[in-house]
Design a protein around this ligand. Structure first.
Ligand SMILES: [Zn+2]
Ligand SMILES: [Zn+2]
Length: 265
């Protein structure tokens, strides 16, 4: 009956395993299988220890790889069986800050369909909130200042989460469990529209509406995004394009065009 003995499985995962909902996934999987232990982020990757019967641990190991979050990528996986230490439950532990920083950071990911649905739902608390994100989408690379990928190591650290966002962040069953840039109109960053002298014209949704109107009027709009500035004009407006080329001192080099969808290209 050696199979029935409670053992401890230690796993070290390296690759793109941070900022992709890996810890929430491990938490749910372990709870789903009734295993105790912990998971944490370290500058080298994700570390897991789980306790249970050998057969369950083997199944955990295989499900870990077959059901991993879609955005994640496991570069290497090391595992070893040890004597049990008697963990009470499964927990997401504080990130370990020590050691060499070798974990991979993902690029920014376009807003996912779930978040888009919320942004355009008048009943949703994130209605028209442009910085909406979750563990499946949102900025990563642009906001990270240090590893491991935790909120305190991102530029989002200056926006303390409101009660509702914190609840999502702490709830393992929520899509925003440990979503580091989690934010809402209540607690997150906001849009502002400035004139060319740097004076604030308007903010929030009104800023977006006025910015769109400015483009339609043939003006040049500078949009500060997470990765820098975009200078935008309406390409159907020849005068506006000419003005942009003049100001940028860019006579001939092509400019990038933006389309709402591939079908329209
Ligand atoms: Zn999302
Ligand atoms: Zn909030």
């Amino acid at each position: 009956m050696s199979d029935e003995k409670i053992m401890r499985l230690r796993i070290a995962l390296r690759g793109a395993v941070q900022g992709v909902g890996f810890r929430p996934f491990v938490y749910r999987l372990a709870n789903d299988m009734g295993l105790s232990g912990w998971v944490n982020n370290s500058p080298q990757g994700v570390f897991i220890e789980v306790e249970g019967k050998k057969t369950s641990l083997d199944r955990f190991l295989s499900r870990l790889q077959s059901e991993k979050p879609p955005r994640s990528f496991i570069q290497s996986l090391e595992s070893s069986y040890l004597d049990s230490v008697g963990f009470g439950s499964f927990e997401v532990r504080e990130s370990d800050q020590s050691g060499k920083k070798t974990a991979l950071v993902l690029p920014d990911i376009a807003t996912c369909p779930d978040c888009l649905r919320e942004i355009f739902d008048p009943e949703n608390r994130r209605y028209l909130y442009p910085f909406t994100n979750c563990t499946n989408c949102g900025p990563r690379y642009s906001i990270i200042e240090d590893l491991p990928y935790d909120r305190r190591n991102t530029t989002m650290k200056i926006f303390p989460m409101c009660e509702n966002c914190q609840r999502e962040y702490d709830d393992p069953s929520d899509r925003r469990f440990h979503a580091q840039p989690n934010a809402c109109p209540e607690c997150g960053p906001h849009l502002e529209l400035w004139d060319k002298a740097g004076k604030k014209i308007d903010f929030r949704q009104e800023a977006l509406t006025l910015a769109a109107a400015a483009i339609r009027q043939g003006k040049i709009l500078a949009i500060k995004g997470v990765g820098g500035f975009h200078l935008m004009v309406d390409t159907r407006d020849e005068e506006a394009v000419k003005l942009l080329r003049l100001r940028k001192a860019r006579e001939e080099k092509p400019l990038a065009l933006m389309f709402p969808s591939l079908e329209m290209v």
